[in-house]
Design a protein around this ligand. Structure first.
Ligand SMILES: N[C@@H](CCC(=O)N[C@@H](CS)C(=O)NCC(=O)O)C(=O)O
Length: 200
């Protein structure tokens, strides 16, 4: 009997979105449980960081979206999202996209704190990093496999859409290459079915 796969996820997490897309494109059968991570005490026994995404596979817990994506890719019969010939380029670009997601998330966490606890310095630092990272991707990301789906494409698409969702879409005016590519990429079913939604 194969183990049931449970993905603990949130409604808006870009890291969770990247993991869910990987499961969808790699045709892995899984159950998604959308949780309120701040209240999810039960998660602590699996993941002491209490973060989403967290993947349970029987007795095995997989922590961190990168590990989850590699796991899902490894158990799939579909074509790998991490082709060997560009492996290190792909995983490095995934790390840049992760950093962008993290900065957008950190900025968001800061601006929802009470006014007297917010640091403008911290917010400015994140915004500068966000702008610099997108500019860098515009000029440096080669999209190594235009006709083949790779993990960096998924991660970069999730990070740019998360920027639009939590910050704004100013970058689009200055990034003709990225927006041209994203406009096409976001038509894919797995992008459309995983758009982040705020639950009231
Ligand atoms: N490096 C982690 C980052 C995951 C992460 O930051 N998740 C956020 C939601 S987007 C979270 O669970 N935050 C809960 C908290 O900080 O309390 C990954 O790639 O999975």
């Amino acid at each position: 009997m194969t183990n049931k796969i449970i993905l603990f996820n949130g409604p808006t997490s870009p890291f969770g979105r990247k993991s869910k897309i990987t499961a969808l494109v790699q045709e892995i059968i899984f159950e998604e449980k959308i949780i309120k991570v701040q209240e999810a005490k039960f998660l602590d026994k699996h993941n002491p960081l209490r973060k989403i995404p967290t993947l349970l596979v029987g007795n095995l817990t997989i922590i961190d979206s990168d590990n989850i994506c590699i796991y899902l890719d490894t158990i799939s019969n579909k074509k790998t999202l991490f082709p060997k010939n560009d492996y290190f380029n792909i995983v490095s670009m995934v790390s840049v996209a992760n950093g962008l997601m993290e900065s957008v998330l950190e900025r968001r966490m800061e601006i929802i704190r009470p006014n007297n606890e917010q640091s403008n310095n911290f917010i400015n630092k994140q915004e500068t990093r966000i702008t610099r990272t997108i500019e860098w991707l515009e000029n440096n990301w080669k999209n190594y496999n235009k006709d083949y789906l790779t993990m960096d494409q998924i991660a970069i698409a999730c990070s740019l859409e998360y920027t639009n969702f939590r910050l704004n879409s100013q970058w689009e005016k200055k990034s003709p290459n990225l927006i041209k590519w994203l406009d096409n990429f976001r038509q894919k079913d797995f992008m459309k079915s995983t758009i982040p939604l705020e639950i009231k």
